[in-house]
Design a protein around this ligand. Sequence first.
Ligand SMILES: Nc1ncnc2c1ncn2[C@@H]1O[C@H](COP(=O)(O)OP(=O)(O)OP(=O)(O)O)[C@@H](O)[C@H]1O
Length: 296
Amino acid sequence: MIEIKHLSKKYRRGGLALNDVTLTLHEGMVGLLGPNGAGKSSLMRILATLVEPTSGEASINGIPLRKAEDIRKIIGYLPQQFQVYPQLTGSEYLDYVGAMKGMNDPKQRKREIGRLLEEVNLQDKAGKRVKTYSGGMKRRLGIAQALLGSPQVLIVDEPTAGLDPEERVRFRNLLTRFSLGRIVLLSTHIVADIESNCRQIAVLDRGRVRMSGELTELQEFGRGKVWEEVVSEEQFARLDPMSIVSTRRTENGLRCRIIGETPPAGSGAVQVRPSLEDGYLALLRSGRKEGAYSYE
Ligand SMILES: Nc1ncnc2c1ncn2[C@@H]1O[C@H](COP(=O)(O)OP(=O)(O)OP(=O)(O)O)[C@@H](O)[C@H]1O
């Protein structure tokens, strides 16, 4: 279990990246969802003991963050910007990381590295230097190093960025399997990344927790606020662009999906069931309108 209590982070140059964050995260896949600049990476860096919070506290499986060495023994972390020594081959790099993580038996290390390289589909590239890898391959190597040693808690910051659609699916499945009996905390701003496999989600926006709970709870924020309407191109031009979440061309015009407290004025819009993404967007918008929070 990850317990986060009243955690705040203020960078020397910048606003409040995290503002009184309190969260309890349980076993399984946990999605940390939020727009750019919400504070997701800041929270993950704090949990990975790379950055200290300005105030508040947190513990992972009962170990407080100040015991950084003990925390690092039980977590795997994939940062958003993952850097590797370019001269090493993929397997050399993983061997080095394994040794650093305290995997002292070279044979066992080799076995696990071989298995992981297969899991992330890099087995054919294992002997090539990392400098020859594409962005997506480096990302997959990053995922493998985070999984090395089967950590109890895995913290992955936007892990699917730069992966092609096939790899994205493969990777989601890999994480879901890995999350059995463990905590996998995954940050993203893409709802589809968490839609199929997260038990719990937390939404961060501008440093604050906007909601935490099950997927259906997020969906509920869109209830009664999602409309669909077929409009001509002229009518489309008059709609508030901020309220349109998607548009599809049909034989009769443009089918628009719109979020709003009331249907677009003078329209034949019909109310529809919110998707998870609608719920997420409705939640973010309600916060902006209320002006309920700001950088302080
Ligand atoms: N080292 C830093 N110094 C100053 N400000 C920072 C620093 N790192 C992050 N910030 C600021 O803190 C806020 C939160 O950033 P953070 O990277 O945690 O958000 P995020 O949700 O991960 O965003 P993204 O999805 O764009 O990666 C932003 O306003 C960002 O500009």
